[in-house]
Design a protein around this ligand. Structure first.
Ligand code: BES
Ligand code: ZN
Ligand code: MN
Length: 501
């Protein structure tokens, strides 16, 4: 879908449908909604009076104009209570409105710039949220449906603004929102692809595409290189699979003269997590095709970073492998030696994320990177703790944690801080190695994070556990069923914010 910005009068738009809005509790609409109401001889205020239009967040009311106006249909989109209004609401409403319009079979729509008037949202923020909401809400994963009877797409969306002074800010916002939404949708595609299609080799292919588009350096380390570098933890996980593992490294040099101005993004890239010898129960095991959501977020964020060119050196590092059982698979009780030299006793082969990330972080350190953010579908325990709307943030550097949470706020992604108390270290002590790979039932997401942190080696480090947030089971606002593409926008925001100092 193409999104344009125009200055003009929305009642004159030659579109299949126009989208206007209403806050909850407003009885006589003003602004563009008021103008449309007048053109329709008071149809909107009549429906408000009769209680059919309430303005509740996400409420959609369709009115046919039947020759009274150029556009053939008007959709009145509820914005909810004005005190709750902001970019998140714009995204939610545009996601819902986009699907509503598509269902009508309309191929072109126009919308007013929600919030840019009485909502007092900055025009650039409004433009970004409109583009993100529409493009994310309209996302569908249909590649494997041969007979798709519902293939109609909304082709174009025009943002119409009566105040021509706001057009350039809206355009900037729409351009940025379009870039971010496309990257988020690409990440969703990767999460939704089944494991027979998106193997570690295929992830490296996507990384190559991204590198070409965004002018990034790409290096893909194969099994032999991992052996040479001593990545025993990553290799231990990979040895049960017939799919060759790949360590994917994308690099963007935004400040080449200042090596210390850097950021490493390390993403868990397990293309399928069967659990290995500590095999998972059959029910819902298929969802483990999405266990590479962190790696996908890193690759897709790197693509946007290469386009936006912040003054910062960023490396995206994705250890990619399957976790499979088999004759060559690693066993509980095995001891592996990581690239850092530290050894890990394998207590449960299903705690594989921290193993591949241990070598991912060590590799980042070997490149001299001093700020590390890892993103991983690491633990079921974080879903118990925070549910499916909040990503958990752990780390060893309060400043970097705060900056990451703030970047999430600006991007519209919820992140909640979690502690990493030193006294919990005892939980993953091993009698035979430097540590074991699980810390018991208590505080499972915390000990999982702390085991990764053992490999930060003096770097400032943040771990984002997206096991809950990387997928949804319902269509709601800007989110559609399946992969959410979570953290793409936060990582981009974080890189830009760190570049600004
Ligand atoms: N990939 C899973 C975590 C996960 C669970 C992601 C639910 C998405 C949804 C991870 O590799 C795993 O299996 N974690 C174990 C750790 C345990 C063995 C210490 C878990 O959470 O049960
Ligand atoms: Zn996993
Ligand atoms: Mn696992």
């Amino acid at each position: 879908m193409e999104i344009r910005v125009e200055s003009g009068d929305i009642t004159q738009q030659p579109a299949g449908a126009i989208i206007v809005n209403l806050f909850e509790g407003v009885t006589s609409p003003g602004g563009a909604t008021g103008a449309v109401d007048r053109a329709l001889d008071g149809a909107i205020s009549t429906l408000i009076g009769e209680g059919e239009i309430k303005g509740k967040k996400g409420e959609m009311t369709l009115i046919h104009t039947l020759g009274k106006m150029v556009p053939r249909r008007v959709i009145v989109a509820g914005l909810g209570k004005s005190e709750d209004f902001g970019a998140d609401v714009i995204r939610h409403v545009m996601g819902t409105a986009g699907r509503f319009v598509r269902r009508l079979g309309v191929d072109s729509a126009a919308t007013i710039a929600h919030g840019a008037g009485i909502g007092r949202v900055d025009s650039e923020v409004s433009g970004r949220a409109i583009a993100e909401g529409a493009l994310l809400g309209l996302y569908r994963f249909r590649r494997y449906k041969a007979n798709d009877s519902d293939g109609r797409e909304l082709e174009s969306l025009t943002v119409v603004e009566s105040d021509s002074n706001k057009v350039s800010a809206l355009e900037r916002g729409v351009a940025e929102g379009t870039l971010l939404a496309a990257a988020t949708n690409r990440c969703r595609d990767m999460v939704n692809e089944p494991a027979n299609q998106l193997t570690p080799t295929q992830i490296a292919e996507v990384a190559l595409e991204v590198a070409r588009e965004s002018d990034l350096r790409l290096e893909v380390l194969d099994r032999q290189r991992m052996v040479d570098l001593g990545m025993g933890a990553l290799l231990g996980v990979a040895q049960g699979s017939d799919q060759p593992p790949k360590l994917i490294v994308l690099r963007y040099d935004g400040d080449p003269d200042n090596a210390e101005n850097n950021l490493a993004l390390v993403g868990k890239g397990i293309t399928f997590d069967s659990g290995g010898i500590s095999i998972k129960p059959a029910a819902n095991m298929g969802t483990m095709k999405g266990d590479m959501a962190g790696g996908a977020a890193v690759i897709c964020a790197m693509g946007v970073i290469g386009q936006l060119k912040p003054k910062l050196n960023v490396a995206g590092i994705v250890p990619a492998t399957e976790n499979m059982p088999g004759g060559k698979a690693q066993r509980p009780g095995d001891i592996v030696k990581t690239m850092s030299g530290k050894t890990i006793e394998i207590d449960n082969t299903d705690a594989e994320g921290r193993l591949v990330l241990a070598d991912g972080l060590a590799y980042a350190r070997s490149l001299g990177l001093t700020r590390i953010v890892d993103v991983a579908t690491l633990t079921g325990a974080v879903v118990v703790a925070l549910g499916k709307s909040y990503t958990g943030a752990f780390g060893n550097d309060q400043h970097l944690i705060d900056r990451t949470i703030q970047a999430g706020k600006e991007a519209g992604e919820n992140i909640w801080p979690m502690p990493t108390p030193a006294e919990y270290k005892d939980q993953y002590k091993s009698a035979v190695a430097d540590m074991k790979n699980v810390g018991g039932r208590n505080a499972g997401s915390i000990t999982g994070a702390m085991i990764i942190g053992e490999f930060a080696d003096g770097a400032a480090w943040v771990h984002l556990d997206i096991a809950g947030t990387s997928t949804t089971d319902s269509v709601k606002g800007a989110n559609t069923k399946g992969g959410t593409g979570v953290m793409v926008r936060t990582l981009v925001r974080l890189a830009r914010s760190l570049a600004e100092g």
